[in-house]
Write a protein that binds this ligand. Structure first.
Ligand code: SAH
Length: 256
């Protein structure tokens, strides 16, 4: 019989979009009791600052083209720290289950006999919708939400965009800024109307969040100008309801 491990669980925690008051109470408690905190590039300084003095803090991802730790390296590091008896908290931007590699990390840790627990977080699409006053679903207009990501492979956009052709689907595209013109054209090729509204939100959740509004055809015509923060692009009728809140500056197409 296998000896049950006496190590604590590794907590895979969603930090939400940045501000600590958009973290769950459970997430805050997890960070406050961490012995080792491994956090990705999207985690805010505010969230990391919740860790207690003496907590081992390791940034696993870097923004702006700087090298990030390899997934395998992160996995082994979590294992090593947990085996040292530390309460390991793996903190991720947004929700860990949405483009957060949480499945891979859970599988790895479980394979080595460590239990895991996921603490959910507010994903970028929900933060963007809340901040700019548009819903992700809307009765009679948007009956589905697609969380997707976009990548260009050999000059063509990868993946299946049929679902996004559905006029009643809201399509939230993560990590899709670079490939935006290509996937916007792919959506139109799947029958999505050229005039479909698009809301691009940079730094959702933060006080300096920016909204840019355009049509799908405009998105397909030229690359987006960006300010450098994380950018989420929402396509669908609901995007027409996006409105700039006081203090947020609207700009057609550009974040400048
Ligand atoms: N787990 C995260 C997503 C990680 S993938 C979540 O649930 O939000 C990283 C991508 O998420 C970024 O490239 C960007 O497209 C999006 N993203 C994450 N945080 C964001 C934010 N605050 N504002 C806008 N987009 C964000």
């Amino acid at each position: 019989m296998l000896v049950k491990n006496k190590l604590g669980k590794v907590l895979l925690v969603g930090a939400g979009p940045g501000p600590v008051d958009l973290m769950t109470v459970r997430a805050v408690r997890a960070v406050e009791s961490a012995g080792a905190l491994l956090y990705d590039a999207l985690c805010s300084e505010e969230a990391v600052a919740l860790a207690p003095p003496g907590c081992v803090r390791i940034q696993t991802g870097k923004r702006g083209g700087k090298p990030s730790m390899k997934q395998d390296e992160i996995n082994r590091l979590m294992l090593r720290l947990a085996r040292r008896g530390l309460q390991v908290v793996r903190l991720k931007g947004g929700d860990p289950s949405i483009f957060g590699r949480v499945g891979e990390e859970m599988a790895f840790l479980n394979r080595f006999g460590l239990e895991t627990e996921v603490v959910p977080g507010v994903t970028a699409a929900c933060a963007a919708a809340a901040q700019f006053g548009f819903p992700l679903t809307h009765r009679g207009e948007a009956r589905r939400v697609v969380f997707t990501t976009a990548r260009v492979e050999d000059g063509a956009v990868a993946g299946d965009w049929r679902m996004g052709g559905d006029p009643e689907a809201t399509v939230a595209v993560y990590m899709g800024a670079e490939a935006a013109p290509a996937w916007a054209r792919a959506l139109m090729a799947e029958g999505r109307a050229a005039g479909t509204p698009v809301a691009a939100v940079e730094n959702a959740g933060a006080p300096h969040a920016r909204l840019a509004e355009m049509t799908l055809a405009e998105l397909g015509a030229a690359p987006l100008r960006r300010g450098g923060g994380p950018l989420l692009i929402v396509v669908g009728e609901v995007a027409a309801l996006a409105a700039n809140r006081s203090g947020h500056h609207a700009d057609q197409r550009a974040f400048a």
